[in-house]
Design a protein around this ligand. Structure first.
Ligand SMILES: Cc1ncc(COP(=O)(O)O)c(C=O)c1O
Length: 388
């Protein structure tokens, strides 16, 4: 018998600076201490039974094989109709919309389509955690700009200073994870002025498009002709229909950009879950399902705030998303991560320290709470937090 030398396989990490994230740490800790998890951003209430029935029906009706790689055409047409209704923008379902397995995948493919090694991308921090690793996987560099604490607005002067010939894209996210800040029309105008006559693209993360409160309008990039002609806009059905585990979303871009996006998409996932696309095409016809979402979540935000008034945590404004930040200077001067760990262990409530959304060491003494939970979950969590 031939014997082989044992040669362990080695590889060079594509993401050497990514270790165990705070999200993994907090989830493990939450499980260990049986904590109520207000850390992770997902609803604990059920999704629509009508929509799950539509998926079962689609399966029974035989929609179980590959659909077109760009997505089930009636779904793309329903999205085009929705965009026309909401933002007054006409889109081609044929050439400008692609169905993707979630918003994160849409973002990844947009970066892959756009970026060459050495390109620079402006990212506002705190930032949803996938942007920077995705940019770096493409051999490009993320240039971070801090949002201005405590209202997390954009420092437009800093943006102007950060731009130079290698700048290839700016990532925007409104309503914003983790802060709940939302962009105004004036912000969009600033962005328009900055990118005009440049080769800078916009990656617009709009997964919380309907989760917006206090009567504020969602400033979609799709409303702005001069911006949408250079943008990949990324959306998630998971956030809209309380089914984050479905991982269904879509990307919208001008036809020439989308044609390049599709070249990458077709050799990656190629096509997405058929029965869910068939079901969503039907469900999208019911506008109330998404137009009523802001009011539904605003009620949760308000209820959570009302309960939290019994604690020593201090709310920062949240105008959208699933999240509200709370400052804890009245309780402790500890760094965010240490304090979040202690709250999990001592009070039995898991949260996310906002410092986890920065690459730079920024610590403002604030934690992120997810209020997209049943009332009894919020009540039980606050009961525990009263002791802090
Ligand atoms: C800002 C932001 N973008 C994108 C996503 C990802 O959406 P999906 O679950 O559809 O990939 C999330 C999910 O938490 C998010 O918070």
């Amino acid at each position: 018998m031939q014997s082989f030398m044992h040669t362990p396989l080695t590889l060079q990490s594509k993401l050497p600076s990514v270790g165990t994230t705070i999200f993994t740490v907090m989830s493990a800790l939450a499980a260990e201490y049986k904590a109520i998890n207000l850390g992770q951003g997902f609803p604990d209430f059920p999704m629509s039974g009508e929509l799950t029935d539509l998926v079962s029906k689609a399966m029974r009706d035989g929609f179980n094989q590959y659909v077109h790689g760009n997505g089930y055409l009636p779904l793309r047409e329903a999205i085009a109709g929705k965009v026309q209704y909401l933002y007054g923008t006409e889109l081609s379902a044929d050439s400008q919309i692609t169905i993707t397995p979630g918003g994160t995948y849409a973002l990844f493919t947009a970066f892959a389509t756009l970026l060459q090694p050495g390109d620079e991308v402006i990212v506002f921090e705190p930032a949803y955690d996938c942007y920077i690793p995705q940019i770096e996987l493409m051999g490009a560099k993320a240039v971070t700009i801090n949002l201005v604490f405590p209202d997390y607005r954009i420092n437009w002067e800093a943006v102007k200073e950060a731009i130079h010939e290698r700048t290839r894209a700016i990532v925007i996210n409104t309503p914003h994870n983790p802060t709940g800040a939302v962009w105004s029309a004036a912000d969009m105008k600033q962005l328009e002025d900055i990118v005009q006559n440049t080769q800078i693209a916009i990656i617009s993360d709009e997964v919380y498009e309907h989760l917006i409160f206090d009567g504020l309008p969602h400033e979609s990039i799709l409303k702005y002709p001069a911006l949408r002609e250079r943008a990949f806009a990324c959306f998630s059905f998971g956030k809209v229909y309380h089914c984050t585990g479905w991982k269904m979303g879509y990307c919208i871009a001008p036809a020439d950009l989308m044609s390049e996006f599709r070249k990458i998409h077709q050799f990656n996932v190629f096509t997405c879950d058929t029965p869910k696309q068939v079901a969503l095409a039907e469900f999208l016809k019911d506008r109330q399902q998404y137009t009523g979402l802001g009011a539904f979540l605003q009620q949760k935000r308000d209820y959570f705030q009302q309960l939290m008034a019994q604690t020593r945590f201090r709310p920062l404004p949240s105008h959208g998303s699933y999240f509200q930040l709370y400052a804890y200077e009245a309780i402790s001067g500890e760094p965010e991560k240490d304090f979040a760990v202690r709250v999990t262990k001592e009070a039995g409530v898991a949260t996310i320290p906002v410092s986890a959304f920065y690459r730079q060491p920024v610590d403002n003494g604030v934690l992120r709470f997810c209020f997209a939970k049943k009332e009894e979950t919020l009540e039980a969590a606050v009961e525990r937090l009263k002791g802090m």
